[in-house]
Design a protein around this ligand. Structure first.
Ligand code: NAP
Ligand code: GDD
Length: 342
């Protein structure tokens, strides 16, 4: 089996590529060119499976339609997982055209290539719980109303609808995975969970003194990314294409996440966390809670990792990272610039 994975250098791209390779797939990953090599997450997979083996990488970009179409025509994959996106909601308010353009152009380009080329290629679209808008405290499922609140979410709604349209109009096996927030030790450092666990690691080792966050009252249904990429694969093996929600069915506030993370190293979060409007959004999604019943019944999928285990896994990994940073700092090989980056 051959799969193309867009966004292979991202969090989900790493877990999904790893699981597909372990299942014997040939994985063709798209990497966008940057001035620094940005394959740090997938470097272990490159060492184990590529580049002459089953893990092949290509420079491409969602906006470069011709390169994507050429790759699909040349590779003739069985499955395409479209994970690439400018995935940071707050950044999408600052870069709305780029954020919208990448998601929408990339998705339609792939769907058009399948329609005009080989209609047997299966397509997975990375849809998001962010599309619901999360105004009320309610369980959200595949039938819940979409009410996007950011350029990111509006672009995802467009891609979600186009995936459904290509499924219905052309009989393409095109699925939407409506995934609630999922995190891991390789989560991007400016998403709130990783920002917290990285700070906990550094504060625990005396490398950082304060953590500045935005809205502490927002709540999210947080699961472990490695569980969710298994769900993506199961959707693509289902007899009929459809849309499925993946979630834990539990929600926690940012404050609860921070409290649990600091508590795990014996610290009281209130002594270290301050807030700033800088990290608040022009339009906030206040509350997200998913109902994963359909995925459980039809795919046999459940989120296996508990909230407590997720926090623990991320904090432990970030303590190890902080220990490495401490050695580099002591030897004057790096400077602590993290306050500027988040
Ligand atoms: P991520 O870590 O931010 O990864 C995004 C990937 O997209 C990276 O590989 C990135 O490349 C790539 N990318 C960005 N712009 C691109 C462009 N113009 N052309 C080609 N590639 C581009 O995100 P993630 O957490 O793995 O999420 C994967 C997908 O699921 C995203 O579409 C996200 O919106 C969606 N999603 C995520 C969650 C979640 O909680 N994680 C929930 C629902 C939906 P670089 O490595 O070079 O930046
Ligand atoms: N990033 C960030 N940084 N968020 C903060 C901070 C902060 O300092 N302080 C509070 N928050 C709040 C945000 O306002 C939001 O309500 C919540 O923490 C979660 O923010 P993020 O971790 O940035 O994730 P997100 O929920 O906006 O988006 C993620 O999940 C979506 C699925 O619901 C991303 O992965 C999206 O790509 C994904 O679609």
């Amino acid at each position: 089996m051959k799969a193309i994975v867009t966004g292979t250098t991202g969090q989900d791209g790493y877990y999904l590529s790893k699981q597909l390779l372990q299942n014997g797939y040939e994985v063709h990953g798209l990497v966008r060119r940057s001035s620094n090599i940005n394959t740090f997450r997938i470097d272990p997979l490159i060492s184990e499976y590529g580049p002459e083996g089953k893990f092949k990488l290509y420079y491409s970009d969602l906006i470069d339609s011709s390169s994507i179409t050429n790759l699909i025509n040349n590779i003739q994959p069985d499955e395409i997982y479209n994970l690439a996106a400018q995935s940071h909601v707050a950044v999408s308010f600052k870069n709305p055209i780029y954020s919208t353009h990448t998601s929408t152009t990339g998705t339609v380009t792939i769907l058009e290539s399948i329609r005009n080329g080989n209609k047997d290629i299966k397509f997975y679209q990375a849809s998001s719980s962010e599309m619901f808008g999360g105004e009320k405290e309610e369980k959200l499922n595949e039938k819940s109303k979409l009410n996007p609140k950011s350029p990111y979410a509006a672009a995802k709604v467009f891609c979600h609808d186009m995936t459904k349209i290509y499924r219905e109009a052309y009989g393409i096996f095109a699925v939407n995975g409506i995934l609630f927030n999922h995190e891991s030790p390789v989560r991007g450092e400016t998403f709130v969970t990783r920002k917290i666990t990285q700070a906990v690691g550094r504060i625990h080792l005396g490398l950082q003194s304060k953590l500045t966050l935005g809205n502490l009252d927002a709540s999210r249904d947080w699961g472990f990314a490695g569980d969710y990429t298994k769900g993506m694969y199961l959707m693509m093996q289902h007899s009929e294409p459809d849309d499925w929600v993946l979630a834990t069915g539990e929600t926690h506030t940012v404050k609860e996440f921070a409290s649990k993370a600091f508590e795990s190293v014996g610290l009281n979060w209130e002594e270290f966390v301050e807030t700033s409007d800088k990290y608040k959004r022009p339009n906030e999604v206040n509350h997200l809670l998913g109902d994963p019943e359909k995925a459980k019944n039809e795919l046999g999928w459940v989120a296996e990792t508990s909230f407590d285990d997720l926090v623990k896994m991320m904090v432990e990994s970030d303590i190890e990272s902080a220990e490495r940073e401490k050695v580099l700092l002591e030897n004057k090989l790096i400077k602590p610039t993290w306050e500027y980056h988040t």
